[in-house]
Design a protein around this ligand. Structure first.
Ligand SMILES: [Zn+2]
Length: 445
């Protein structure tokens, strides 16, 4: 097991490698990195993962992340040794990912005019800090501790800060959170304050906050836990692992995600690439990424809406100049990402290249939905007794749009990821106060 894992630049023409105990998020040529494994895990692990659902008192079996620890064993420990797990793996007493699995939601299926059996929605909002971020934070903070970091650093629109703050508090390390000044609803930061994180306000938008947090981490010995960190991506692979496991490893036709920084798109694609390479799955599901209309960088570039060129991974040779020109165009025109779904209000997706790689591998599609469509998606999930935030409504709204365009077929099996729980109380209140909204249930006098 020793020396199985290493870091490798994703650019095939560069391909620089680094040992696992390294805090860089890019190679020296400025390309992002993957965690790679030399050994192929045995497919017999499928039975072991299933058996671990009966945790028998082990928090590492109870955890929806560490239950799959052999598939993300960058720590290179003996995964059966409780002692080694306890020394190395960071966990919130097994709570991360514990409650996450796909559910059938009949009212959402009815809204989408799909068979109930074909639609699965997987709420990640029941993670301890209320979003999917806890999956990747468990692994990133594990790596932070492996390298002896005393402080973790992130830029956040809300969910990342809650998760980072919570893990930092639990591990007794410091946490700095960079936010765009005046752009984040105070309620979305309440968890970070509560967990003792230091909030740092940056003039500008999320993309500016991320840039400053990366600079400060580099210059002041902080450990970055945004999804540019390859160890975040490792933990987020367990979202599709759980979906597939609960479907008895019968691969769905589609996995649908809201698109923000594209960490989820990246991690889902990496998980599928690995499973396919290991022979664990024979078919590759297609990934659909749903941008907000007001923050549609990926959709614009992928669908050729900028300079008439469809941006592709192109076997590791993407047209990065096109991306740069698109960002220049945003700056020049003063176009700022603009949606009430703040979790995906991102103009410069940090993981765009890994996201493109995932889309190429899965023959993926990208589309946009409006704020109003996301709110309907969020609301119909609520009518099934599940709580999700507005950005998660993009998964439901996106499935609807792609079905209307006959891209997703009526009898396809679809897994939609609901990325987080509602943290902005006024969004549903406003929605239901306006009787014009599809699912509105206004108050009576
Ligand atoms: Zn490189």
């Amino acid at each position: 097991m020793q020396d199985d894992a290493y870091l490798k630049c994703i650019n095939p023409k560069c391909g620089l490698e680094y040992p696992i105990l390294n805090t860089r998020v890019q190679c020296e040529n400025g390309h992002v990195l993957d965690v790679k494994y030399k050994n192929k895990p045995s497919e017999k692990l499928k039975d072991i993962f299933y058996e671990r659902r009966n945790s028998k008192g082990s928090i590492f079996n109870e955890s929806g992340v560490w239950r799959f620890r052999e598939l993300l064993n960058f720590c290179q420990i003996d995964t059966e040794s409780v002692d080694e797990c306890s020394k190395v793996l960071v966990s919130l007493d097994g709570a991360e990912g514990r409650q996450s699995k796909p559910y059938q939601m009949s009212k959402a299926a009815e809204f989408l005019e799909m068979d109930k059996e074909g639609l699965w929605l997987q709420p990640e909002g029941y993670n301890p800090s209320g979003s999917f971020k806890d999956n990747g934070m468990a692994t990133a903070v594990t790596h932070a501790k492996m390298v002896g970091a005393k402080k973790i650093v992130c830029a956040s629109t809300g969910n990342t800060s809650a998760s980072a703050g919570m893990f930092a508090a639990n591990e007794g390390i410091d946490c700095d959170v960079y936010i765009p000044a005046g752009q984040i609803a105070p309620g979305k930061l309440s968890q970070a304050y509560q967990f003792g994180a230091q909030i740092i306000q940056v003039e500008g938008n999320f993309d500016d906050a991320l840039k400053q947090s990366l600079d400060d981490a580099k210059n002041h010995n902080g450990y970055t836990v945004n999804s540019v960190n390859p160890f975040r991506i490792e933990g987020q692979k367990t979202i599709p692992f759980r979906a597939l496991e609960y479907l008895n490893w019968e691969v769905p036709d589609w996995i649908v995600y809201p698109g923000g920084a594209l960490g989820n798109t990246s991690s889902c694609g990496k998980a599928l690439m690995e499973l396919y390479e290991w022979g664990w799955i024979k078919k590759i599901p297609r990934i659909a990424v749903i941008n907000s209309e007001g923050a549609s960088t990926l959709s614009d570039l992928y669908n050729g809406k900028f300079e008439d060129e469809k941006l592709r991974w192109n076997k590791g040779n993407p047209n990065t100049e096109l991306i740069s020109r698109y960002y220049d165009h945003l700056d020049k025109e003063g176009i700022r990402p603009n949606t009430r779904a703040t979790a995906i209000q991102i103009g410069r997706p940090a993981n765009i290249l890994k996201g493109l790689r995932s889309l190429e591998f899965t023959n993926g599609v990208v589309t946009t939905v409006t704020d109003s469509e996301m709110l309907d998606g969020m609301s119909v999930v609520g009518l099934n007794g599940f709580d999700c935030e507005m950005a998660s409504g993009a998964s439901v709204a996106g499935i609807k749009k792609l079905m209307n365009e006959n891209i997703i077929k009526k009898d396809d099996t679809v897994v939609g990821i609901l990325t987080g729980r509602q943290k902005d109380a006024m969004i549903p209140v406003d929605y239901h106060s306006n009787s014009e909204n599809t699912f509105a249930n206004p108050p009576k006098n």
